[in-house]
Design a protein around this ligand. Sequence first.
Ligand code: DGT
Ligand code: CA
Ligand code: CA
Ligand code: ZN
Length: 589
Amino acid sequence: MDNARISRVFSDISTLLQLEGEPVFKTRAYSRAADIAANHPVDLVSIANDLDALKEIPGIGNAIALKIQELAETDNLQFYEDLQGRFPAGLLTLLEVPGIGPKTALRASEDLGIYSVETLEQSIEAGEFEKLPRVGKKNADSILRHIRSQRRQSDRHMLGMALPIAERLCETLRVAFPSASNITIAGSTRRGVETVGDLDLLCTSDTPAEITHWFAAMDEVADILGQGDTKTSVVLRNGLQVDLRVASAESFGALLLYFTGSKQHGINLRSRAQSMGLSLNEYGLTNVETGHLESFPTETAVYDRLGLPYIPPEMREDWGEIQRAIDGEMPTLIEVDDIRGDLHVHSDWSDGRVPIEEMLVEAQSLGREYIAITDHSSGRGVANGLSDKRLIAHNEEIDRLQGEFPDIRILKGSEVDIRADGSLDYNEEMLSTLDVVIASVHSAMGQAREVMTERVLTAMNNPHVTAIGHLTTRLLFDGIRSRDPVDIDVEAIFSAASTTGTLLEINASTKRLDLKDTHIFRARQLGARFLINTDSHRPSGLSDVRFGVTMGRRGLCEAHHVVNTLPLDQFVKFIETPKKQRFAFLEKQ
Ligand code: DGT
Ligand code: CA
Ligand code: CA
Ligand code: ZN
């Protein structure tokens, strides 16, 4: 908690109170406090234990001083949480977008269901947002330009945003050029890196120039950076750069290998080729002595010629994959189809957008065998968290719905707040009514490393906690904001997973991807087991599971490392096993 963050809290309070129709003198006190906090030369937290010292600052009265104290002590402010809870989720995100005032933000979230920068962009593109009172096309376009220029400056884009665009472009090419083949995503997008710099697309055709020229002339191209007959490089209107290469089919294997990268993986392969008297480039393998070029239609053929098994793109990061391949220790990486259940899903009982039924219908259509509905716990005023009484009603609703949905097992769940001191929002009795408890940090994220580590370890030692949700709470940059991970001793947490029998969540939500790949890699080495969950707040979110699977693959997870690959009956046995024995149970599977 620094002065900037304290300032942010007060300015949010001022805005939200305005929206609630509070008189100006009241909201002004907060906006003034926001200015003071932002400009104060001394770290407010460092003097917060002295109430008089705070009140000596001109413009800080008793009420504000007490709030600064609460923020300093608990990294949280109940008043702020409660206030946010009276507004739609995502409202504060919209308020951070320059050009969007409080009234427009409220309309956008209430009337148009906009809850994130991405949904805002979609709404502007669809021409919906501009129809709000006092907005208009000009303002809408300028907001869109702003988001995109921010994103361009950040120069990395979330995989969850980039991949669907890459897929759409491939589909466009397929439709426009039915005779082209091997239309493929390469680069970091194919490797599943959490953020990508630009998109790399490849295809093969006998008439490459036709394709590259057509591509550069597409409507959504804002800028052409380079244009040749076999390649083109463009910037799309959404700010993404795309490199397209067209080659002939005989040499596609080496081309794809080269442009998938990573650069270091390519370098490692080249030195292996050299040791065999060969030189590797994007056209194939050349015999150094004779100058003879061998081409390869597939990547597998290249690897094979180099005496290696196929190495999946997600592993090509120079994290020891070539040695692993030489040693014959290639894992069978987990796949999306291995996932049978989703254990972190929200509904409109808390901050989800739709009733439980709608989430169930979608989960069923995706072939899920089981699902846990894990609405937020009471402490999350922000998210309309469930009181004890509402949790009991929630459980009853699930029993009722189970009757209506015999083909999917609905588990009783909760995403329970881990409070600042490591205690949970529900007591033993309430927790014991649940099948699945995902325990997560949502507040006091600025705690010191030792405090945060102890806090999460305390939750892991709770016999009712099935898994820790989104361990680091980081958020990737979406064009407007990001959030740094909490400071926590991940080694201690990962080691405690097996001793306590607590699973670690790989949160697949596109903004989170938390645990991230390197964490998964290490946690798996330390004996942790995972759940890949979507943390969905709407039906479409359930499909994001693929991003979690990609992170799992990058962390070298096989299906058996991920507990929600178990068939329903085995999964139920798992959660019915006393927590301390759960990892032993998994060993026996
Ligand atoms: P990005 O775009 O920053 O997320 O990362 P990449 O991996 O997509 O990198 P990019 O787009 O610059 O290039 C795509 C692939 O092309 C890269 O993964 C490997 C290959 N490549 C590009 N430049 C070089 C290079 O100088 N040497 C080697 N060996 N490979 C390269
Ligand atoms: Ca790239
Ligand atoms: Ca590129
Ligand atoms: Zn959460």
